[in-house]
Design a protein around this ligand. Sequence first.
Ligand SMILES: Nc1ncnc2c1ncn2[C@@H]1O[C@H](COP(=O)(O)OP(=O)(O)OP(=O)(O)O)[C@@H](O)[C@H]1O
Length: 635
Amino acid sequence: MTSSKTSNIFGRLDPFEVSINKPNSFVSNVWRLRHWMAPYRWRIALALLFAMLSATSAVLIPVVVSRVVVDGILMHNYRTDLPDYGQTALIQWLATTLNTEQIIAAALVGLLWVLLWSGFGYAFRSQLSYAALLGLSDLRRDLFAHVEHLPSAFYDRVMVGQVLTRIANDIESLSELLTGVGALAGELIPLIVAVSVMLSLDAMLAVKLSPLMLFVAGVIVIFRLYSSSIYQVIRATLSRLNEHLHEHLSGIEIVQMSGREALSFQQYSAINQANKVAETKAIMAETVYNPIIDNISYLAIASILWLGGQHVLNQTTTLGSVVLFLQFSDMLFRPIVALGDQANAVFRAAAACERIFGLLDWKESLSVPLQPIPLPEGLEGRIEFRDLNFCYENGETVIRHFNFTVAPGENIAIVGPTGSGKTTLTRLICRFYDVPENSLFIDGIDIMQIDPAQIRKRVGIIFQDFHLFPGTVYDNIALGNPTITREDARKAAELIQTLDFIEALPLGFDTVLEDRGQNLSQGQRQLLAFTRVIALNPEILILDEATASIDPETEAAIQAALVKVTANRTSITIAHRLQTIRRADRIVVLNHGQLVEVGNHKELMLRNGFYKTLYEAQLYKRRRENTSSRLTQDV
Ligand SMILES: Nc1ncnc2c1ncn2[C@@H]1O[C@H](COP(=O)(O)OP(=O)(O)OP(=O)(O)O)[C@@H](O)[C@H]1O
């Protein structure tokens, strides 16, 4: 029995198609971030404590100036009914202790609060940024671990580049959000402290000023709603510009060969123009917005002088309190403006959260048996297809009623026109996809009852597009498998006749392969791919057109080595060039996913069927190519 394939929360949608317009999802997504931030909660708590201490110090600076210096020292108006948070007593004590004037003591205490304000502010920001960095680095690691285990079917639909940019860019957006929220907390705490001080000094004046704050908040909200749509267009056009650049530069030779430069230029210019229009709108909006915000703060100063002045004349407040209100005006507006400035980061983070968690929640996986049947120690290598039908996600059946048995140790070749299903068959044996139960067996065990990881340890495959990882030659042969020693790698290289070329490299097996083996020739890269699979010593070997890009001399060496490695080992070779598989025990001929003929080369040629037509067509094509290349050389 196998566990059923887990359904995903977005049905058939991809995580990158998920709309961000899901009410409440942002709040719940941000709330979910606590899972990654929780290990750093003490650091966050410490950061918040520093923020409070910084805010308190920030508020005490104006208190010293207004209540002690203006009201007390300059106006001699010591009103004990108004709070001064112990500053008058502290300054008087300091003046007596230092035997100095009160104004000097006030300046020293003011300096102390300035130093504490900046010191605690620095400690708050650094602790919070570090906590965000650690939490998001854990999230990035978890995301990578998750995408690494998503099955091939997922990557058939979603481009790898898309996953990469999502992991990089979306985490960056979250980082902006977390540090932005931290910065906001750093502004909001002084705001709260300032408002409570203002209410305790002159509640009426504070209430009279509140409509102005609401007006500022309204202006900011309207502006940010308008600008967010512009910034969305800017982001979309920028990423399309990048995509266009990437696609056209990576295929620059094809673009130039097919004379597509002008068309490509036109397309790029059109997106660039759309970006320019949006950027211009953004510049216009910002140039109107910034002076408005600046002028609003002057309006606040004027309102405080006007309303506060009346209170001073009525003797309901002191001059020092008005000075304090003036000093606080910046503290009141800065958080509201900062909140507006963070709006874009919040919109970006909302989309990023949606995609990150959409990807993390993507539960697509291969069916894994609850109690897998272990593969026997020494695998015979019998592969049995019983009326196998298979279709990819798009629903079209690509393998139809396929019945065939590969005997232990047999060397099979699969041939057929392009798109006939050759590669698909080999991918099914490697269990990159789920197949219907009781349709594919290895050594008599239904492949759906075997743990996929087990299968991949016992089946070696050389893909058409083999992949070399950053690292040394040895790293690329062993691929982190601790059971493959250097000696194994050496033996494999010897068998496949790659030892000479590896030892000729500057550091032999320790030579670092730059940029996916760009410092090797195509043939050398393919030889390494062969060495890798032979070092693994798999019981079943699959070769997908693996000799396609090797020069005749290297190919001859490989063919000789292959005779050795395929002896007494089940092997399946997909080869487009039919001359290379003439020695196969049996050749399976596929057409439109169906088995049309089976037999060895001789038998199939005698049958005068589909294989013979394919073979002769290829021979004819090859002769024509050779003739035309000879003619070109003669000319
Ligand atoms: N990942 C995929 N998702 C959807 N359809 C696919 C996928 N891979 C292959 N196909 C389709 O399945 C069919 C068989 O493809 P397959 O690659 O197995 O053929 P092939 O015989 O190996 O072709 P070629 O000789 O060109 O490599 C084709 O119609 C192809 O378009």
